[in-house]
Design a protein around this ligand. Structure first.
Ligand code: GLN
Length: 238
């Protein structure tokens, strides 16, 4: 009876709840269904936290705000269909890759002039702020001769092409193919994937290394025991 009560109290009171940044609207990776957040990323981070015994709290926001929020110490972790890039590696540390994505060009279904990225000369291309798609468009704007317009979220960007205000958009292949399969957006994918982006879970560079280790360990265990495949299949089918 010497001090055990105090120790227990301290431990319970100081348990860290990791703040996890997620994209607001990015099915099948994250989306709101009623009051509940769902998606591959949501199920995955919950399963990792359960497997490794840490607590999380979801913080949905526009994708472009996630890395700035990490830098302002408002988030500990991010899982947001975030592509692993060398540029981002200067400010965040990534987990091992957990999903193969890659960028693709999307146009209106009845557009027969744009068959690939090479047909975009003189066209207006919609992108989402802070994404690898936005970076691709900006980096290649003069080479491709495109006019780039930016949006805060994917649905707004899709809408811009659906309603004819922009000629094309750039989005991650699994996201736009899921969106097109879910409902008729009047859009189609053209050409080959522009790159081989892979998704990673991020922490601020040099920070939260303990939880990053747990994330990698949890990810490996969930891949081995079939949980990872089960989660992906529950959204994407076979
Ligand atoms: N949530 C997103 O829109 C992510 C887009 C892209 N994978 C990126 O990392 O920039």
């Amino acid at each position: 009876a010497c001090g055990s009560k105090e120790t227990t109290g301290e431990k319970a009171g100081s348990e860290k709840v990791y703040k996890v940044g997620v994209d607001t609207t990015y099915p099948p990776f994250e989306y709101k269904d009623g009051n509940e957040y769902k998606g591959i990323d949501i199920d995955l981070i919950n399963a990792i936290a359960k497997n490794q015994g840490f607590k999380i709290e979801l913080n949905p926001m526009d994708f472009g705000g996630i890395i700035p929020a990490m830098q302002a110490n408002q988030l500990d972790v991010a899982i947001a269909g975030m592509s692993i890039t060398d540029e981002r590696k200067k400010v965040v540390d990534f987990s091992t890759p957990y999903f193969d994505a890659g960028l693709t060009v999307v146009v209106k279904k009845d557009n027969s002039n744009i068959k690939s990225v090479d047909d975009l000369k003189g066209k207006t291309v919609a992108v989402k702020k802070g994404t690898t798609g936005a970076k691709f468009a900006q980096d290649n704007a003069s080479k491709l001769g495109i006019n780039v317009v930016q949006f805060n979220d994917s649905p707004a960007m899709f809408q811009e092409v659906s309603n004819g205000n922009a000629d094309a958009l750039i989005e991650d292949y699994p996201v736009i193919s899921y969106a097109i399969a879910q409902k008729d957006l009047g859009l189609k994918i053209v050409g080959d994937r522009l790159n081989g982006d892979q998704y990673g879970i991020a922490v601020l560079k040099g920070q939260n290394q303990d939880v990053l280790k747990k994330i990698n360990k949890g990810l490996a265990e969930l891949k081995k025991d079939g949980t990872y495949d089960k989660i992906v299949k529950s959204y994407l089918g076979e």
